[in-house]
Design a protein around this ligand. Sequence first.
Ligand SMILES: [Zn+2]
Length: 238
Amino acid sequence: MDIRESEARVIKVVPEKRTHAYLILDETIFHPKGGGQPSDRGVIRSHDYEVTVKKAIHYKGVVIHWAKLNRGAPTEGKAMCELDWPYRYLVMRRHTAAHLLDHCLAKAVGTRVQTTDSWLDEPCYVGYAGGVPSEEALRSAEALANSMITKGASVSIRSLSSEGARELLQNAPNYERLPDLSEIRTVTIDGCQPIPCGGTHVRNLAEIGRVSVGSAERLSSDSFRLHFSVSASASSSS
Ligand SMILES: [Zn+2]
C-alpha cells in the first residue's frame, strides 16, 4: 500500500487531557504497529483542526490513532489524512531489505534460515534462530543482496488460501509463525521464496538503494539478531 494521503471520515474521538486524542476512522492509510513494522506517523486535518498522529495501534480489529493536537480539537466528520511519507518509505525499504536478507543469508549458510522476529525502526534488525553465522557468511550475504538490488527485481503481493499456502511456504523463514487465517497474504521478491507478511514493501528491489549488514548480536546459544541498514535514500546508492 503506497497511498500517501487520502480523505477519510473520523467516526470516533476520545480526548486525552487537553493535548491529545484517540481517533477512529472509517478507513485508514495509517499502517498500525505489527509484525516488526513500526506504526505510521502523519497528520489528520480539517478546516477546524490539525493533529499529528504519533501512533496507530491495532486493537480488536480496529485501528486506533493516538494523536497530539496542533490546532483546534478533532471532531467527527470528513478529514484529510497524510502520512509522514519519508519515514514510511524508509520502513518499506527496510522491510523489503529484511526479506532479501533472509534469502541471501540462507544462500550464504547453505540451509534454510528461521526468523524469530524483526524490528524496522531503531535499532533495525532481523532475529534468527540458530548460532551466529561466520563473518565470511555475513559478508557474502551482504554482497549477494547488493548485487540483487543493483539488478533489480519485482516485489509482488498475493493472497493465498491457507491449504495451498502451507505447502508453498514450508521453506519460508517465518513458516513457524504462520498465522491461522483462511487467507494468507504473501510477498514475493522475484526469484525468491514467497514469504507470508502483512507489512508494506517497495515494488522493486532497486528502490532499496544499498543494504549494509552490521553486527550479528548473539542473544542466546540458539538465536541472534542481524543488524542492518539501508542507504539514506534510494537514489543516493553508491
Ligand atoms: Zn514483509
